[in-house]
Design a protein around this ligand. Sequence first.
Ligand SMILES: Cc1cc2nc3c(=O)[nH]c(=O)nc-3n(C[C@H](O)[C@H](O)[C@H](O)COP(=O)(O)O)c2cc1C
Ligand code: SF4
Length: 487
Amino acid sequence: MSKTQPELPSTTWPSRETAAASRLFSPIQVGAFTARTRSWVPAMVPWRATEDGFVTPDVLDWYGRFADGLPGVLVVEATGIRDVPSGPLLRIGHDRFVPGLSDLVNTIHERSGGRTRSVIQILDFLRIRRRPEKDRFLREFLELTERHRDQLAALDPNLAEGGDATLRASLLSMERETLHTILTVREVEALEFGERERVSDTHLPHIEELPRVLPGLFADAAERAQVAGFDGVELHFAHAYTMSSFLSRTNTRTDGYGGSLEGRLRLPLEVLAAVRARVGDDYTIGCRLLGDEVIESGSRIDDAVFLSEGLAAAGMDFVSVSKGGKFDDAKQPKVGAAAYPYTGESGHECMPTVRIEGGPFGRNLPLSSSIRRALRDQGLPTPVVGAGGIGTFELAEQALQDGDCDLVGAARQSLADPDWWRKIEEGRGASVRRCIFTNYCEGLDQRHKQVTCQLWDRDFDEPDSGDSIAMSSDGKRRLLAPPESGS
Ligand SMILES: Cc1cc2nc3c(=O)[nH]c(=O)nc-3n(C[C@H](O)[C@H](O)[C@H](O)COP(=O)(O)O)c2cc1C
Ligand code: SF4
């Protein structure tokens, strides 16, 4: 191991017999389907769809590779429910996407021999612009208002009668610090980070109407997922996206869809009801939500407990718990780039690395644990999925034994070694390629580059390596996890 790589805590892997007797490798009912084991691969965007959001051969290979490892449940990446351009993110906002998604389901089914259940995460997101050039922002994007005129006139009375061009020229000549005092908080954000819409921007008609539009869009998307053959859908109620923002303590809408906990929960419940009405009782609908937003004035675990109880009582079939990942505290992007929600404290809590104080290992289990306990206290048997820094059998099994969760999610560990679940099940845990939790993969995601793992490129000398190895478009990285040596 090179000097730059962190030491991982030592661990003991089970024999085949111990694995067979474990809770991790025992079945569980998740809504309408039975998962063969309690192993779960959470959603991960790999940036492999076409620019139009279609499934590609690379997408099939990516999920096929995860299915090789026979997880109980494999969640397909965040997939957009609208029929709008969104770059190489998968989309499910029109029937034309169904054949490709159906191929994806078949691939997972074939590669796992029918042993892995497939779920697709469906999401809506609001508009976020790239950080603009200062000149362009002040010349073109900034809408001049009386407020600007008054502020400028206070600095220089001659500007009171100036035309727009004079005012813009004056703004352009200012130091940033002074400029910030003239602009509103939202304008400063638009200048320094890129303009970002919020669910509370109800002066914008398309934001005001979200409660009327989203239940139908989610229901349409879920129906397509069902037609494509997925075993279930995961409603994306987490991280930086629309539904998470409705659930957030920062949601100040005054139309009955914000403010109080009941108000914030209203739209998610209406989405669930619309989806349920469309797909019927015999279909699994779950959600991913945040146990803690990790932002100032954001939702904490008490909110998450209340919201989870409400959703579970209304028939949500599973609750997958995540943490953070918000735009609110994202790092300032470079000019021309968009803010990335997995920077800042909330981002670091979402995908914790070995550099985080306290370490990443099982870091977010207290959140799933609190939610699970609260559900059980209410007599709700809804399965809860935990995730965050889980990369050993010991930790996974302990989490289940302790009642921290009902299914164990491992995203980056499954990326580092998609075969890891199968290796453990077969008593070959010692050969697991362990994730080192330094987030090389997340760095690629941030730049919207094809996601790969830094550990894959070390195995280039495996027996069957050669021209057949699929490489990333920059030609530098292996596109898929290497096969087990000798296989
Ligand atoms: C490359 C990458 C892409 C991700 N994409 C998604 C996503 O589409 N939806 C989601 O809910 N979480 C996404 N996540 C977060 C993971 O699902 C998971 O919650 C997080 O990595 C923490 O779990 P881990 O420690 O097991 O990796 C992504 C993570 C990574 C590394
Ligand atoms: S690049 Fe690989 S080893 Fe590094 S955090 Fe991602 S999955 Fe783990």
